[in-house]
Design a protein around this ligand. Structure first.
Ligand SMILES: NC(=O)c1ccc[n+]([C@@H]2O[C@H](COP(=O)([O-])OP(=O)(O)OC[C@H]3O[C@@H](n4cnc5c(N)ncnc54)[C@H](OP(=O)(O)O)[C@@H]3O)[C@@H](O)[C@H]2O)c1
Length: 316
């Protein structure tokens, strides 16, 4: 099969499309013919081995996993002997935390996939896993957002943020979105009630009394959370130093702030599929690349300027 291979740490230019052998299918795994992928900041973090401490998991001197990629959607081609939920021909989408998705086939534990809604494309569903799970878990699991509450979402126009705005609206919250002026109308079409353009208003001076602050960009300081909100969820980070600084101040005080790493699980993938089927979420795709241009897609996502999501298709 064709796969994007990395044998060292570096930028998108080190990725090479190669022909490799498929490994034998394990009993708990399904083999999925990949139809589409999406790009996430996690891809370039893993590709570059940055931040450095992550290499204790991904491989200290060179990457343990040769194939890059987490998000995919495709068609089940073969099922392992101990799988329970899948059959050949199922349309599924999912996430591989350890990589392996930027390839013609992925072999993955069936717990990490869910069925796709009818009439939604592979390209759309491939955009959902990491960003959608992160947004859902920020709002439901960690933020515990309730109907009638107010939430400020910083970084509202990116992959995670654009899902977070729509999920918060689906939960009955009042949403204030923070993005640049050029993306103001975009977040309004997602349902944001108010918009703060961070290039016109200094978010670090902004006052508020929001029930929940979600920082998908990662540039909010601890004092920003306290000044504007009653509780907070930190998703993104702009630097390790910044994140450690925020978490250190949190330890010294009593303000309820949660930092988390999103987990892949079938239940949450099913909730997202349902929200999409019920049209509470519309996946917004800024660009779709061919699979041959996966390194270009990674370079684009690294710019942190994405409006919605970046997809890659194995059909063109
Ligand atoms: N904790 C977790 O498990 C987890 C999971 C997924 C992602 N993340 C992290 O969350 C962050 C966001 O991920 P993503 O997939 O949403 O990335 P993304 O799609 O690349 O986000 C790009 C967005 O960031 C916005 N942005 C850039 N500078 C900003 C600023 N100063 N203030 C507010 N928004 C700004 C941009 O909006 P404008 O163009 O309008 O400036 C753009 O729409 C990344 O740091 C990622 O590593 C964490």
């Amino acid at each position: 099969m064709k796969a994007f291979i990395k044998t060292q740490y570096g930028g998108p230019e080190i990725l090479h499309l190669e022909e490799i052998e498929l490994a034998p299918l394990k009993e708990n795994e399904i083999r999925v013919k990949v139809m589409a992928n999406s790009a996430n900041p996690a891809d370039w973090h893993i590709l570059r081995g940055a931040p450095f401490f992550a290499r204790f998991t991904t491989g200290l001197f060179k990457p343990k996993e040769k194939i890059l990629g987490a998000d995919f959607a495709g068609i089940v081609e073969k099922v392992g002997s101990k799988t329970k939920h899948s059959k050949v021909g199922d349309r599924v989408y999912g996430e591989s935390l350890t990589g392996g998705a930027f390839a013609e086939y992925i072999q993955i534990d069936e717990k990490c996939v869910a069925f796709m809604p009818n009439e939604i494309s592979f390209i759309e569903m491939a955009c959902v896993p990491i960003a959608g799970l992160t947004a859902l878990q920020a709002i439901d699991t960690h933020g515990k957002l309730k109907a009638g509450e107010s939430v400020l979402i910083n970084g509202a126009s990116g992959g995670v943020g654009h899902f977070a705005v729509q999920i918060a609206k689906a939960r009955g919250a009042k949403v204030t979105a923070v993005c640049s002026t050029k993306n103001k109308s975009f977040v309004e079409t997602l349902g944001a009630d108010d918009v703060i353009a961070y290039d016109q208003i200094d978010i670090h001076q902004q006052k508020g009394n929001y029930d929940l602050i979600i920082d998908a960009n990662g540039n909010l300081n601890f004092d920003d959370y306290k000044r504007m909100g009653k509780r907070g969820v930190m998703i993104g980070f702009t630097s390790m130093g910044h994140m450690v600084g925020v978490l250190f101040k949190k330890m010294l005080g009593s303000f309820p702030l949660t930092q988390f790493t999103a987990e892949v699980n079938k239940t949450d993938l099913e909730i997202l599929a349902h929200l999409i089927e019920q049209k509470h979420i519309k996946v917004q795709i800024e660009k779709t690349y061919s699979y041959k241009q996966i390194p270009d897609a990674i370079a684009y996502i690294e710019s942190m300027r994405t409006k919605g999501k970046v997809a890659m298709s194995w059909e063109k």
